[in-house]
Design a protein. Structure first.
Length: 240
């Protein structure tokens, strides 16, 4: 399978890309700039393809989608890229995965990396700064991307769309004291992107270590899903 892993220069994204390569898959890795891309040389030497672009810039996201659409078709995308704080939260954590979902041709599986923090998100779109002119709420962004995964599964049942809570793991974002298992933190994404097991061939799930969990109640609220998709379509000028 050919799989794009966004945000794969370090942390969970790099671990997933490494494991997928080792399993014999065709992997596309992503870094936000050329300096970050240099740390992916070892994966490129093993056959990984590479795309470079800053996901806080939606035009860079569009360029990456256009580049990928003229290369070999993708089978799956692990939407892993994310930031914890600052002005890039909404552009990177929800605008970029939305645009990639809307623009990429072919992927039948979409795996969105969520967080247990989504339970603290507010199911309201009032006053959301999608362009990142002010600092965004990480919890809100993860509620939105989890809702995007569920909405895609409802509206396009021919696709396998799921969200994953990787746990609080010791990455650069999670910090060295994070209590969860780093290896378990990326295995569910890989499984959903590649497995032919019956449980993995389902959509609309919110997963933690290969077990479906109940997400925030707003995630499966069809009215909220529709409001979110309408807001994202209007903001980006790109319908799903």
């Amino acid at each position: 399978m050919r799989i794009l892993v966004t945000g794969s220069a370090d942390g969970l994204g790099r671990a997933a890309a490494d494991a997928l390569l080792s399993a014999g898959h065709n992997v596309v890795v992503h870094a936000r700039n050329e300096d970050r891309a240099a740390v992916l040389d070892s994966l490129a030497d093993r056959g990984a393809d590479l795309v470079v672009g800053d996901f806080s810039d939606r035009e860079a996201v569009r360029r990456i989608a256009a580049e990928l659409n003229v290369r070999d078709p993708l089978d799956a995308v692990i939407h892993n890229a994310g930031v914890w704080s600052g002005q890039a939260v909404m552009p990177v954590n929800i605008i970029a995965p939305y645009l990639l979902t809307a623009l990429l041709h072919g992927p039948q599986r979409h795996v969105y990396v969520s967080s247990g923090s989504h339970f603290a998100g507010r199911p309201s779109l009032a006053g959301v700064d999608w362009q990142g002119r002010t600092a965004g709420s990480y919890s809100d962004s993860k509620l939105f991307v989890t809702t995007l995964a569920a909405a895609l599964a409802r509206l396009h049942p021919e696709l396998l769309s799921n969200a994953v809570d990787p746990g609080w793991v010791p990455t650069k974002m999670g910090g060295p004291g994070a209590p969860d298992d780093l290896d378990l933190g990326h295995q569910t994404q890989e499984w959903l992107a590649t497995s032919d097991q019956a449980k993995a061939l389902t959509g609309g799930g919110y997963w933690y270590h290969r077990k479906r969990q109940q997400p925030h109640s707003a995630v499966n609220d069809h009215a909220f899903q529709d409001q979110l998709l309408q807001a994202l379509a209007e903001e980006t000028g790109t319908p799903l």
